[in-house]
Design a protein around this ligand. Structure first.
Ligand SMILES: [Zn+2]
Length: 343
């Protein structure tokens, strides 16, 4: 089969469009004929190499996968040949206390397609049958691939971890990112007031189209000062963080008394300072969040099926142009998801 692989870590130049063996499925697995695979920032981390983490090489990236079922293992129930599906991106053991409680991303064996196992930058990918979900009928393959990882992540952050309420105000950083564009929609859908930041006027206009009530141009405006102005000096109840070092202090300063900062990433750096007096006197909470449980994808897909949440597609490119797609994400040129199409 055709696939994009890399045999050593490095720049996008290490990605090779090449011929590799088709995966062989086990009894509890299915083979998916990939039609679309969306990029995530994780792809860039894995390609570049992560300190202390040994990725099996050569490797195939890609966590967000849609396609049709091409082969079904002997014990893979409830899956039919030819079914149009998307894959729940997380893979876990299925029998530890965390898995049994539905907290799959807290499983000690948790990983993702394209992380410790091969992913969707290929014509075929094998998957545990429990990861298979029917595609909402109103979506194309490209749209379906743009949903799972970012909407699951944003849902787990806002709803499950931060407990965002309709009466509250939320600051969403990086509206142009996949998670940012998902978070604006989820927060707006439940009735919260949304303040979003982005790096250009063009991206801010798109954020308002998605439902942002107010926007901040982070390149020119001080985020915390603007948040205070837009909230009558109160600050926001929830900050949706994934930027990290570059925005950390601004994010903390933007919180109202009793506010919660929820974070799923640190694309600009891993160090963040905090004044502990500020943390306790203002009764703040800092919440880490990582992916989510498989069950959280069900309300997401229900709302996507109704058209109440919409995958945001930045660009589509053929699989062979994966390196170009990586550069677009690396340079933060995108608004929404960059998706590879597999012919
Ligand atoms: Zn487990």
């Amino acid at each position: 089969m055709k696939a994009v692989t890399f045999a050593q870590h490095g720049s996008p130049d290490v990605l090779r469009y090449t011929e590799v063996a088709e995966p062989v499925i086990g009894a509890n697995e299915v083979l998916i004929r990939v039609r679309a695979c969306a990029l995530n920032h994780l792809d860039l981390w894995v390609r570049g190499g992560l300190p202390g983490i040994s990725i099996p090489l050569p490797h195939i990236l890609g966590s967000d996968i849609s396609g049709e079922v091409a082969k079904v293992g002997a014990n893979a129930a409830d899956v039919r040949l030819g079914q149009k599906v998307l894959l729940s991106p997380g893979i876990s053991c299925g029998h530890c206390p965390q898995c049994l409680a539905g907290n799959h991303s807290a499983c000690p064996e948790y990983t993702l397609f394209g992380y410790m196992v091969d992913g969707g930058y290929a014509e075929y990918v094998k998957a545990p049958s429990v990861n298979v979900l029917s595609m909402p009928q109103n979506l194309s393959y490209v749209e379906a691939a743009a949903v799972p990882l970012v909407f699951l992540t944003a849902w787990h952050m806002l709803i499950t971890r931060a407990g965002l309420k309709p009466s509250e105000e939320v600051l969403v950083l990086g509206a142009g990112s996949g998670v940012g564009s998902a978070a604006i929609q989820i927060a707006k859908r439940i009735g919260a007031r949304v303040i979003a930041t982005a790096g250009s006027e063009e991206k801010l206009a798109k954020a308002r189209e998605l439902g942002a009530d107010e926007t901040i141009l982070h390149a020119k405006q001080d985020i915390a000062t603007e948040v205070k102005r837009l909230t009558n000096r109160r600050g926001v109840d929830v900050v949706f963080e994934h930027v990290g070092q570059a925005t950390w202090e601004q994010s903390l300063r933007s919180l109202a008394v009793g506010g919660r900062l929820v974070t799923c990433g640190a694309t600009t750096g891993f160090q963040g300072k905090i004044d502990i007096r500020f943390l306790f006197t203002r009764q703040l909470s800092i919440l880490g969040s990582y992916m989510g449980g498989k069950a959280e994808l069900f309300p997401v897909l229900e709302l996507v099926g109704r058209g109440a949440l919409k995958p945001v597609i930045d660009t589509t490119m053929p699989l062979a142009e994966a390196a170009k797609a990586h550069r677009r994400l690396e340079h933060r040129e995108q608004f929404g998801k960059v998706v590879l199409e597999v012919a």
